[in-house]
Every structure is written in structure tokens, then in C-alpha cells.
Design a binder for this molecule. Structure first.
Ligand code: ADP
Length: 261
């Protein structure tokens, strides 16, 4: 528990630093992008300068993507949570993954039914799950199995005590497990740090897991990571159940149930 607390404090400090930097950088990049777009609008199509401006714009856009991920890690991003049927969201994503991951990676999908609804920013959740799936693919260069599962989980006192970051209550657990290379202790300890990567330059930014971490924390959930060298990696995202509309209204105003849409 002590170790987990130290880790949480470190992440908090890194988050503050990253968030401040990312925010300022993002503003600067917006200025660069707006001006480059203007240059492109005015410039001729096959003008050499226009091509250069287009290259610069693409680089600036890639930079803005990275600062976006850093802001997500630092929990400075505005989320738009909506009541979400996770089963439908995951099934749609798995369709995309089947087309993306290649034939030597089998996908094993296991969804509990019925699955609780969660309040979540759908675009960000799709991003997060896609990130985890692509990490899994990178960990299985010779193929393997990607297991995606979702189940309802209740945290009681005993279970919450075992996990420093866990909260009591009703959650949905989304598991992404691969049969890949796994992580050494040294990698596992640092995996969520922004910019920590073991991948070649240009292949990894080291922002994927830190972004997922920040997003899940900001959404009121928490993450567990299990990984053994040679034994694959399992990440579990716990997302809090959406409060039923009737309970959310109770005490606030005795309004009638809104019509279902
Ligand atoms: P990136 O993928 O850009 O390197 P991440 O933050 O997503 O950044 O991951 C950080 C590091 O954690 C990776 O470079 C890799 O060493 C390790 N890692 C992440 N996911 C997995 C996985 N599924 N299996 C093995 N190692 C992983």
C-alpha cells in the first residue's frame, strides 16, 4: 500500500507538470496551425512553398495530438460523459479491431449480459481501448490471442482494502488481455509514466498508458495491471456504474420519470 501511495503521489506531480506544459504548448500549436491553414488557403496548389506549409501543418497537427494525450493524462481535459451501453460500444470496436489487427491475432470477446450502463465519454473510451489493443498487438509480433471481456463487479470493503486506488461500489470491469511478451518488473513499474516507452523512435510516444490512466481516474474509475515476462499482459479498467436516473433525481426534486428515448 505504501508503495502504491508513493506511486500515486509521483503520478500526481508528473501530471501537474505535464498538464501545465501541454496546455501552453497546445496554445502555441493552435497559433501555428491557424496561420499555416491561412497560408495554405492563399497559396497555389503546386507551389513548392504550399507543399512545405502542408508538411509543417501535418507536423503541428501531430504535435497537437500529443499535447491532447498529455492533457488527458494530466486530467485537464473536458470530458463529455454520457450514459453508455458498453456492450454495444465494445462490439463496434471489435469489428474495427478484426479489420486492423491482422490474421495472426485471434480476438476472444466475452461480454456479460446484462452489463451495467456506465457514465463515460464514449470517444475517449474508444481511444483508450484502441490504445490498449494496439499495445497488445505490438506485444504479439508473432501472433497470439487478444481477450476482451466486460463484467459487472462489486467492490466490498475487503477488496477495496487490497487495492489502494479502488473505491467501494458498483463497477463494470473491462479486461484487455494479451498472450504477448509481457513486462519486466522495471517496465511494469514505469508503464503509466508519460513518455516512458521501450519502443523505437517514431513507433511509441510513451503516452498511451498514461493517457488511459488519466482518463479512467478522471472518470471515477481505476486500473489494474498484471504482467509477467513471457506470460502476457492483462489490463483491467474499472468504470463506475451510471447512477440510475431515478436515484440521481431523488432528493433534488420530485420530478416524474423522464420519458425513455
Ligand atoms: P508506447 O506504446 O507508445 O510505448 P505506452 O504508454 O502505451 O506507450 O506504453 C508504455 C510501455 O509499456 C511500452 O513501451 C511497453 O514497453 C509497455 N507495454 C504497454 N502495453 C504492453 C503490453 N500489452 N505488453 C507488453 N508491454 C506493454
Amino acid at each position: 500500500i505504501k508503495e502504491q501511495l508513493a506511486h500515486a503521489q509521483k503520478m500526481e506531480a508528473v501530471g501537474q507538470l505535464t498538464g501545465g506544459l501541454a496546455h501552453d504548448f497546445n496554445n502555441l500549436l493552435q497559433v501555428v496551425m491557424t496561420n499555416l491553414e491561412l497560408v495554405l488557403d492563399r497559396g497555389g496548389r503546386d507551389d513548392d512553398m504550399a507543399l512545405r506549409a502542408a508538411d509543417a501543418l501535418r507536423a503541428a497537427e501531430r504535435g497537437a495530438e500529443l499535447t491532447g494525450q498529455m492533457l488527458a493524462f494530466a486530467r485537464r481535459q473536458t470530458l463529455s460523459p454520457r450514459r453508455t451501453d458498453l456492450g454495444a460500444l465494445i462490439e463496434a470496436l471489435v469489428g474495427l479491431l478484426r479489420r486492423t489487427l491482422g490474421e495472426n491475432i485471434a480476438i476472444d470477446l466475452r461480454l456479460a449480459s446484462p452489463l451495467r450502463d456506465v457514465m463515460i465519454d464514449r470517444g475517449q473510451l474508444e481511444n483508450a481501448l484502441l490504445n490498449l489493443a494496439l499495445n497488445a498487438r505490438d506485444a504479439m509480433p508473432h501472433g497470439g490471442c487478444l481477450r476482451i471481456a466486460a463484467d459487472n463487479v462489486d467492490f466490498d470493503d475487503e477488496r477495496a482494502d487490497r487495492h489502494a486506488e479502488a473505491r467501494h461500489g458498483r463497477f463494470v470491469a473491462i479486461t484487455i488481455a494479451d498472450t504477448g511478451v509481457g513486462m519486466s518488473d522495471a517496465v511494469r513499474m514505469r508503464a503509466f509514466e508519460p513518455f516512458f516507452t521501450t519502443k523505437d523512435i517514431g513507433k511509441g510516444s510513451g503516452l498511451g498508458l498514461s493517457m488511459v490512466y488519466g482518463f479512467v481516474k478522471q472518470s471515477g474509475g481505476h486500473i489494474e495491471l498484471d504482467s509477467v515476462p513471457g506470460g502476457g499482459t492483462t489490463l483491467t479498467l474499472y468504470l463506475p456504474e451510471a447512477v440510475p436516473p431515478a436515484a440521481a433525481d431523488a432528493g433534488a426534486r420530485p420530478a416524474p420519470e423522464p420519458p425513455a428515448d
